[in-house]
Design a binder for this molecule. Structure first.
Ligand SMILES: Cc1ncc(COP(=O)(O)O)c(C=O)c1O
Length: 312
């Protein structure tokens, strides 16, 4: 897995019932997914030919579809799983990153009645990549605690994975201005939430804490909480203030696009001794080891691509 700086090349896409090269995927500007960020999505990865926690990702996506009331999508969960598989099989990669997106679609009339839209399913598979660089993966990332507030959960439900993300954009430009590449956002009470594409963990006084509210319920976060029990570490969801985060012994980010990513500094202050800590390292080993567990993984059916190519 790598961050190869060439996002968007060499993938397989799926839209409006058809597979195509990723670079050819387009949505009309009339799609409310573009105009209103009226969409939801999920992302799952494939490691050594097996989807990791596909059922969890599909269940979260399905909940998003229901909460957003995408009733005209026209794909049930088995059909959506087939599309994931179809993209990876056509990509032919052992390690892949798969996106599933539902958009509201285009309304019929100029009053843009959302009930008149035909919802759209989009998917793609790319070679597996991380959201941080290889160097950051090894030595840790520099993050800032942004002044930009996370969109409150009362306004937009953060448990529905979505691209309504101007709060992350504002926070990231704060980070760039402060010579860092990543930003974590606080909520209205000054408690830590998450960043673009990741949840955050802080190890404090032996307890491994991750924000309990106002965030996406990450599948990697769930996995880390389960694994912490194996390490006899007290892993749990909690309120975390900005100062508590700054004073943590170890901090890491979690995402399907990277797994467990160590944090080296927060607001320029070094975390711990500046290197990925022992709990972070041990969890990372266990996390990747789990990818061979048949209970949590689903083999890709690579025949699906061959079969469909032969029929075409
Ligand atoms: C806002 C946000 N939080 C957290 C995560 C991590 O979720 P997961 O571990 O399921 O990839 C993501 C993933 O993209 C995200 O977009």
């Amino acid at each position: 897995m790598t961050n190869n700086k060439s996002y968007g090349t060499g993938g397989i896409g799926f839209i409006d019932g058809e597979y195509m090269p990723f670079s050819e995927l387009r949505i009309p500007v009339t799609d409310m997914g573009f105009q209103l960020a009226d969409m939801c999505y999920d992302a799952v990865h494939v490691w050594k030919g097996r989807f990791f926690r596909l059922d969890d990702h599909l269940a979260r996506f399905q909940t998003g579809l229901q909460k957003r009331r995408y009733d005209t999508l026209g794909y049930d969960i088995e059909a959506i799983a087939d599309v994931c598989n179809g993209c990876v099989a056509r990509l032919g990669a052992e390690d892949a990153f798969v996106m599933l997106i539902a958009t509201r679609g285009t309304p019929m009339g100029a009053n843009k009645d959302l009930r008149s839209c035909q919802n759209r399913l989009i998917a793609w598979a790319l070679p597996l990549h991380t959201i941080v660089s290889d160097e950051e993966m090894e030595n840790g990332c520099d993050i800032v605690i942004a002044d930009t507030m996370r969109i409150p959960p009362e306004a937009v439900d953060p448990t529905v994975k979505n691209f309504g993300r101007m709060d992350f954009v504002g926070a990231l430009f704060e980070a760039y201005d402060r010579k860092a590449d990543y930003a974590v956002l606080l909520d209205a009470e000054g408690c830590v939430t998450e960043g673009r594409g990741w949840n955050i963990f802080a190890l404090r006084q032996g307890a491994l804490l991750s924000p309990d509210d106002g965030v996406l319920e990450g599948i990697t976060r769930k996995t880390v909480l389960e694994l912490s029990a194996d390490l006899n570490v007290d892993g749990r969801l909690a309120r975390i203030t900005a100062d508590e985060l700054r004073g943590a012994d170890e901090v890491f980010l979690t995402s399907t696009a990277g797994g467990i990513m160590p944090v080296k500094s927060i607001d320029k202050k070094i975390v711990g001794d500046g290197a990925p800590g022992p709990v972070t390292q041990r969890l990372t080993e266990l996390y990747w080891k789990l990818h061979g567990d048949p209970e949590l993984t689903t083999p890709v059916n690579y025949q699906l691509a061959e079969g469909q190519a032969a029929e075409a």
